[in-house]
Design a protein around this ligand. Structure first.
Ligand SMILES: Cc1ncc(COP(=O)(O)O)c(C=O)c1O
Length: 389
């Protein structure tokens, strides 16, 4: 065997479909092409000033330089519990039902290690954030894919999950507001998920990273607000998008105490928590004035309206999303996702994400991230329109 032969789990990770785009993007930039990158789900806006001031102050305090507690500062967990009560009407015990994470990705990636045995099944949406599947794989489990189809408003059809699969499933991943489709779910859907998970003894993992990125007065609900949800589920949340803090690496998991305990047990063997100065800044973010969030949303809304109008005028099929900073756009007739994204890059210097990169049922779509200034979005639209697709 080769010295650096990869482990089977790594060999089974699906090919990274964005690699070719990344390579081309770099190569074109080197040639001096003006690339407009609408591919990345990473806010271009800065973290609000009062949060930056809080980390500066906290970093001066030597107490923050030591190992943090594994589960998070009690004040951080209390701030999360209070925020959940105020924002979602969900009651949480900060000592047993809240866990600080190094970003929600970290928690999602570790969760299956606590509850999946080799051969167990996780119910995973397609298209979806790729971590649900790879985390399942790393735990030795198998994904059963739940298609998110437009005719079902991009919600999984629970009636189509075979009973033989449901009986072998330990976890179901869901994510609303959704990346990449930008779909939203109401409490009625969450009620059905609770019912399903109780009937089949499945832990629900709701990825709620985008609940605060919603427009026109719409307030996405927490899964935990559904009746009985806390008995069966856990919710992953993040400060990344809400407060433009993707690089800071802070998020949290909330919900069922046994689920939190299992995840915490894995984590205490892997990492040693989040820098306390970041947690203190997180407390300021959650407790402080939320007008910064409203300002961020106003910026995305303007970009959304501009892009959606322009795309429709250019003949694309797209809906104006109620939440997230993504647009999920149908590729024109005659193009696969990959063919279209390659053409947009080569002929117009535009980077968008091919839908099939999020799984089989993303084929035929592409995702636009509204993480560029208005002027660049207008320029991107000019280029798109002149392509005559
Ligand atoms: C659906 C979804 N979940 C989770 C994350 C991870 O966010 P973070 O680890 O920054 O909290 C992302 C990031 O893009 C995402 O799109």
């Amino acid at each position: 065997m080769d010295l650096y032969e990869k482990a089977e789990r790594l060999k089974r990770v699906p090919p990274y479909l964005f690699r070719e785009i990344d390579r081309k993007k770099v190569e074109m930039r080197q040639r001096g092409v003006d690339i407009i990158d609408l591919g990345i789900g990473d806010p271009d806006l800065p973290t609000p000033a009062h949060i930056i001031a809080a980390i500066k102050e906290a970093a001066e305090d030597p107490i923050t330089h030591r190992y943090p507690s594994y589960s998070g500062l009690s004040d951080f967990k209390l701030a999360v519990a209070n925020w959940y009560q105020e924002r979602f009407g969900v009651e949480l015990d900060p000592s047993t039902e809240v866990l600080c994470l190094i970003g929600s990705k970290e928690g999602i990636a570790h969760f299956p290690l606590a509850f999946i045995n080799p051969g167990d099944v996780a119910l995973v949406p397609t298209p979806a954030y790729p971590v649900y599947h790879t985390a399942t794989l790393f735990a030795g489990g198998q994904s059963f894919y739940m298609p998110l189809l437009r005719q079902n408003n991009f919600l999984p059809d629970l009636d189509r999950i075979p009973s033989g699969i449901a009986s072998r499933s330990r976890i179901m991943f869901i994510n609303y507001p959704n990346n990449p489709t930008a779909a939203v779910a109401d409490l009625g859907f969450f009620d059905r998920v609770v019912e399903f998970s109780k009937a089949h003894q499945i832990i629900v993992c709701h990825d709620a990273a985008y609940t605060e990125m919603a427009f026109d007065g719409y307030r996405p609900p927490s899964f935990l607000a559904a009746k009985g949800a806390k008995q069966v589920g856990i919710e992953f949340h993040s400060l990344s998008k809400t407060y433009n803090m993707t690089g800071w690496r802070i998020g949290f998991a909330v919900g069922n105490g046994n689920a939190i305990e299992g995840l915490g047990a894995i984590k205490s063997n892997v990492d040693s928590g989040v820098f306390q100065a970041i947690q203190r800044a997180g407390i300021v973010a959650l407790r402080g004035d939320q007008s910064c969030v409203r300002e961020t949303i106003a910026v995305y809304r303007e970009r959304r309206d501009l892009m959606v109008r322009g795309l429709k005028e250019a003949g694309f099929e797209v809906e104006s999303p109620k939440a997230t900073f993504y647009l999920w756009v149908k590729a024109p007739e005659g193009y696969t996702s990959a063919q279209l994204t390659a053409r947009l890059l080569e002929d117009a210097g535009l980077v968008v994400t091919p839908g099939n990169g999020f799984g089989e049922h993303g084929e035929g779509y592409f995702r636009i991230a509204l993480t560029q200034e208005k002027e660049r979005i207008a320029e991107a639209l000019d280029r798109l329109t002149s392509m005559n697709l």
